[in-house]
Design a protein around this ligand. Structure first.
Ligand SMILES: NCc1[nH]cc(CCC(=O)O)c1CC(=O)O
Length: 311
C-alpha cells in the first residue's frame, strides 16, 4: 500500500535539495499515485555542519554532523525518508534506522578548480589549495608537496564563492556535486581515479528509513541499483574495518566489471608523507567481506602508526 503522505527530510543546501528532488522525481515516476498534490512533502532540516563554518568537520565531530539531525527527525517520526550523500553517512547507523536504498551511482571523480592553472600539476609552487578534507589534503600533498593546504569550509556554493574571492588559489570538489548544481562545466580538470582515489561512496545517494517501515522500504525497490549498492557496501566495509572516521584520511573505490568486484583502498598520514594501499577482488555478492578484508590489510600494513592516525 502506498502511504497517503511521504515526508522527505533533507539539508537545505542547493546540492542537498537537488539530490532530494531527484529522489522525489524517481518516486513519482515509479508510483504515479504520488504525483497527486501534497502526497510528497520536502522537509528542510538545518544541520550543525551547515551552521558551523569556521572549523574543519574533523575538529567538530566528523561526518555524523551532516546526518545526525536528519536521523533524529526520522526517529521522532517528523520525516519518513532522509536523502544523503552516502559519503556523509557514518559507518554505524543508530538502532532502528537503515539505508534502505542506494540509487545508481554518479561519477565518483574529483574536479579541480582554480584561477591560477588549468591542472593541479600546473599550479605554481607555493599555491594554496583550499580544502578541509583530510583525505584531499593528504592526497594533494603527496602529489605536490610544494603546495599549501588552506582550510575551506561550507557547502559547495560557499566554497566556490570563497575561491572566487581569492581565499585560496584552487580547490577540489566532487564532480557529481558540481553536476547536481548544474555547474559541471566549471570543472577545469577532472582527475582520474588512478591519480586520486575518491572518498568512500563518493557519488552515491542513499535513502535512510526506519527499519520498521516495511511498506515504505518496499516502495523504494524500483529506485535501487544492485551494483551501486555492492560497490558502496565494499567501500563502507573497508572503513568499518578501519574504525574509519573523518579523522583518518581514507580513499576507496570499488568497481564491478564482467561480474567481478575489484576494490582499491588507500590510507594516508594527514601530511601525505606516508600511505598504505590494499586491494581486493571477488564476487559482488561478497562485497562486505572483500571490503572488510582490505580494511584489515590496511590496518595491519600501517602497524604501530595506525593508532596515531586515530588521535
Ligand atoms: N563533504 C561534503 C560532500 N558530501 C558529498 C559531496 C559530493 C556529493 C557526493 O559525493 O555524492 C560533498 C561535496 C564535495 O565533497 O565536494
Amino acid at each position: 500500500m502506498i502511504p497517503d503522505r511521504l515526508r522527505i527530510g533533507t539539508r537545505g543546501s542547493d546540492m542537498a535539495l537537488a539530490q532530494t528532488h531527484l529522489v522525489r522525481d524517481r518516486l513519482k515516476a515509479a508510483w504515479p499515485e504520488l504525483t497527486e498534490p501534497g502526497r510528497i512533502e520536502i522537509v528542510v532540516i538545518n544541520t550543525i555542519a551547515d551552521r558551523v563554518l569556521d572549523r574543519p568537520l574533523s575538529a567538530i565531530g566528523g561526518k555524523g554532523l551532516f546526518t545526525k539531525e536528519l536521523e533524529q527527525a526520522l526517529l521522532d517520526g517528523r520525516i519518513d525518508l532522509a536523502v544523503h550523500s552516502m559519503k556523509d553517512v557514518e559507518t554505524w547507523l543508530p538502532d532502528g534506522l537503515e539505508i534502505a536504498c542506494i540509487l545508481p551511482r554518479d561519477d565518483p571523480r574529483e574536479a579541480f578548480l582554480s584561477h591560477k592553472a588549468k591542472r593541479l600539476a600546473d599550479l605554481p609552487a607555493g599555491s594554496s589549495v583550499g580544502t578541509s578534507s583530510l583525505r584531499r589534503a593528504a592526497q594533494i600533498l603527496e602529489m605536490r608537496p610544494d603546495l599549501r593546504i588552506a582550510p575551506l569550509r561550507g557547502n559547495a556554493n560557499t566554497r566556490l564563492r570563497k575561491l572566487g574571492e581569492g581565499e585560496c588559489d584552487a580547490t577540489l570538489l566532487a564532480l557529481c556535486g558540481l553536476r547536481r548544481l548544474g555547474m559541471a562545466e566549471i570543472a577545469q580538470e577532472i582527475i582520474s581515479t588512478a591519480e586520486m582515489l575518491p572518498s568512500v561512496a563518493q557519488g552515491a545517494l542513499g535513502i535512510e528509513c526506519r527499519s520498521a517501515d516495511s511498506a515504505l522500504i518496499d516502495l523504494l525497490t524500483p529506485l535501487r541499483c544492485v551494483t551501486s549498492t555492492q560497490r558502496v557496501q565494499a567501500e563502507r566495509a573497508l572503513l568499518e574495518a578501519l574504525d574509519g572516521s573523518c579523522r583518518t584520511p581514507v580513499a576507496a573505490l570499488a568497481e564491478i566489471e564482467h561480474g567481478r568486484l575489484s576494490l582499491s583502498g588507500l590510507l594516508f598520514t594527514p601530511d601525505g608523507l606516508k600511505r598504505w594501499s590494499a586491494t581486493g577482488e571477488g564476487a559482488p555478492a561478497d562485497a562486505h567481506a572483500i571490503g572488510f578484508a582490505a580494511g584489515q590489510a590496511l590496518r595491519e600494513a600501517a602497524g604501530d602508526l595506525y593508532a596515531s592516525l586515530l588521535q
